[in-house]
Write a protein of this length. Structure first.
Length: 297
């Protein structure tokens, strides 16, 4: 056994010992489940195979000479031989493929214990406890809770005061701007999953669209344009409040509108707002709704 082989085996041994020491310091039972045992075996195998292969090919480079038929293609006189794929590579690929199929379909503990599964169960249990504790929460406490949620989840895009960062995101201090209303009139909308379905583009045009946009952006105050009744009222209601949740409320951030946005997400100027369906509980959604409604009052 030459000096290079001894050094490689020593290096592999150090890696293996270090790996076992680190795992032991974490108080992990290596043989507790199949996944941990396979992972540890894989770490040891990687260290051993790496050292062995490195020694093999370093020694081989010292003694072997290139042989075989050169391929026709070359670059500046540098070409490659038409040698067959080494059988070891082919067998290794096949073995890894078969192992991956076994691990993905049989070996991974889908229905057995896992730390992720335990964590998910704890989260669900905590959510149930949280919902029960706060099911009769008063409005003022809801608003305080909603402000905390808003500052963590929403303020990055909508600003700490809810002003939408100068038009980069939705401005919660008012319902809609004239430009937003015109964009929906011209291009339609089907983002929020309301029962009425998609609003088609071109429901109003030209001066009529301008009048509707100005009226909605102004808080639906003053004289209602005649075009609003023909283009908007059939879906949004004569008062613009969404026909009891059948379509978006154009006047205020009502509970239905907040629910649809939080459940489905919404495309905006700085990208798509993700769905918060799995990120907040019903009580937290209610709290966030109360707080955002307070911003527009």
């Amino acid at each position: 056994m030459n000096a290079l082989m001894i050094k490689a085996l020593a290096f592999a041994a150090v890696l293996i010992i270090a790996t076992i020491a680190v795992v032991s310091s974490l108080d992990i039972d290596i043989l507790a489940d199949n996944v941990t045992a396979i992972t540890m075996a894989g770490a040891i195998a990687v260290a051993t195979i790496t050292a062995s292969v490195a020694v093999k090919y370093v020694n081989q480079m010292k003694t072997d000479t290139a042989s075989g038929k050169l391929a026709d293609e070359n670059w500046d006189g540098i070409g490659e031989y038409e040698n067959e794929l080494p059988s070891g590579w082919a067998y290794s690929f096949l073995a890894v493929f078969l192992w991956s199929m076994w691990y993905g379909l049989i070996g991974y503990p889908v229905n057995a214990y896992s730390q992720i599964g335990e964590y998910n169960e704890e989260v669900l249990a905590y959510k149930e406890k949280f919902e029960e504790k706060h099911k009769n929460i008063d409005t003022e406490t809801l608003k305080e809770m909603g402000e905390s949620i808003y500052l963590v989840q929403c303020a990055q895009c909508h600003g700490t005061t809810g002003d939408g960062l100068s038009g980069k995101a939705q401005d919660f201090t008012s319902r809609m701007t004239k430009a937003q209303v015109l964009d929906v009139i011209n291009n339609g909308s089907n983002q929020l999953g309301y029962p009425m379905g998609m609003m088609p583009p071109g429901m109003a045009q030209g001066e009529e669209a301008e009048e509707i946009a100005a009226y909605v952006a102004g808080g639906m105050k003053g004289e209602q344009p005649a075009s609003f009744a023909t283009a908007c009222a059939s879906c949004h209601g004569a008062d613009g409040q969404g026909n009891n949740g059948m379509s978006p409320n154009l006047a205020t951030y009502d509970d239905a509108l907040m629910n649809h946005v939080l459940q489905n997400g919404k495309k905006g100027m700085i990208g798509k707002m993700p769905s918060f369906k799995t990120l907040i509980t019903p009580v937290q959604e209610k709290a966030l709704t109360v707080y955002i409604q307070s911003l527009s009052n």
